[in-house]
Design a protein around this ligand. Structure first.
Ligand SMILES: Cc1ncc(COP(=O)(O)O)c(C=O)c1O
Length: 399
């Protein structure tokens, strides 16, 4: 039985997979059993930001795997200490909690925000406002935080104390913010929601509103962080900082890890025994992440992301000028989205996001579709302009 059949028979059928098995990855290329190459414009959903099997990351994993893989958080290890110190040095934060995934990093952020006010004796201040169309994960708390109804079906009752307001609507947030709210939680650029950036003025007002009401501001940078948007963290583009931030995905370029970062003040919400994780911050994952942070935070590296992002964006805008079916091109850095009109018909055939994803794949390019009408591009940040040109030519031929 081959891997596709085995997976379909023995693994829960919760994912809609493309009928393809990959056996190797190198840079921005994924290779199947026959040796056919695919250029990856998704990077394992914004995870392999340094490309597949980056030599420096492979070396860091190899070295650490031969030395020490796991000891639990009952002891100290150098890679965890060094990663925490580096993340603090490169961000607004003063403390880091390590987890294994994005959902767990957000779970930690939610727990911290609630406990911060509980410890202050403010027991009624436990509600969290998030955004419509947001995505924060699949655990019960993060599902409750998520502003999309579809993925909640069948899981009710969800956790109490979450409400959602329209994104980029400051009046709606103002109205919802009362003395029972402990935190506002949001992605600076909604990823799963369709690559929708927050407006600059809006985000500044969100920060100001949180300051006025002493509400904690949580940024979910799980998808937007780690250089994806041209700065180490996307909020740097907006010139404001949160009180709490969650990271995961690209933090260790594919080795599972999550992190929740907080200011000294917000960090008061967790004390001895208040939160924990068996695997959180293992030497293996943190050694890989340390190398990732070193490479990505380099000024020249980030500059190259900006340059290639602007180049790619311009190419997509040129496509939009050429094809009426393209409604919008948006995003920051190398997290780009192209919205298409999936209602118009061409030769009697619907051209929805699935059509473009499938046909790009046939031509050797991996892209992603959201909500049937948005094409998401999140290539490894080491993607080359020539590869962008080739994808754009394929997209052009499909309209
Ligand atoms: C913004 C955001 N938050 C949270 C998550 C959940 O992360 P994970 O799948 O690692 O639990 C994701 C995953 O796509 C995400 O994009």
């Amino acid at each position: 039985m081959n891997s596709i059949k085995k997976t379909n028979e023995f693994v829960f059928q919760t994912y809609l997979r493309q009928g393809k098995e990959f056996v190797r990855g190198e840079g921005a290329t994924l290779i199947d059993e026959e040796g056919t190459c695919y250029t990856d414009f998704l990077a394992g959903v914004a995870v392999c930001n340094l490309g597949h099997c980056h030599p420096a990351i492979t070396l860091a994993i190899e070295k650490q795997a031969k030395t020490l893989v796991h000891v639990s958080n009952l002891f100290y290890t150098a890679p965890q200490a060094d990663l925490a110190a580096t993340l603090v040095e490169k961000s607004f934060a003063d403390r880091v909690f390590f987890s294994n995934s994005g959902a767990e990093a957000n779970e930690a952020a939610i727990k911290l925000a609630r406990r911060y006010f509980q410890l202050k004796g403010n027991k009624n201040r436990y509600k969290i406002i998030t955004m419509e169309q947001s995505f924060h994960g699949r655990t019960m708390a993060t599902l409750s935080a998520t502003g999309q109804d579809k993925i909640k079906e069948g899981f009710y009752p969800l956790l109490e104390g979450f409400s959602h307001v329209p994104f980029n609507d400051i009046e709606a947030l103002k109205e919802a913010l009362d003395e029972t709210v402990c935190a506002v939680m949001m992605e600076p650029i909604q990823g799963e929601g369709g690559v929708v950036p927050a407006d600059r003025a809006y985000l500044a007002k969100v920060r100001a509103l949180c300051d006025e009401t002493s509400t904690l501001l949580i940024f979910d940078e799980i998808q937007t962080g780690m250089g994806r948007c041209g700065t180490l963290f996307a909020h740097e583009l907006y010139g404001i900082t949160p009180d709490i931030m969650s990271l995961a995905k690209a933090l260790a370029n594919g080795i599972p890890i999550g992190a929740m970062l907080a200011t000294k003040e917000a960090a008061k919400g967790f004390d001895l025994g208040s939160h924990g994780s068996t695997f959180g911050g293992t030497p293996l994952a943190t050694a890989a992440a340390l190398e990732v942070v070193k490479i990505i935070s380099d000024k020249d590296f980030l500059e190259s992301v900006n340059e290639k992002g602007a180049y790619f964006r311009q190419k997509l805008i040129e496509l939009k000028e050429k094809h009426d079916r393209i409604i919008d091109v948006r995003g920051k850095g190398l997290l780009l989205g192209m919205e298409i009109d999936n209602n118009s018909k061409d030769n009697g055939k619907d051209k929805d996001a699935g059509f473009f994803v499938a046909n790009c794949f046939k031509k050797g390019f991996i892209i992603n579709g959201i909500q049937d009408k948005i094409l998401r591009f999140a290539p490894p940040l080491i993607i080359e302009k020539a590869e962008i040109d080739r994808l754009v030519a394929v997209l052009d031929s499909l309209f």
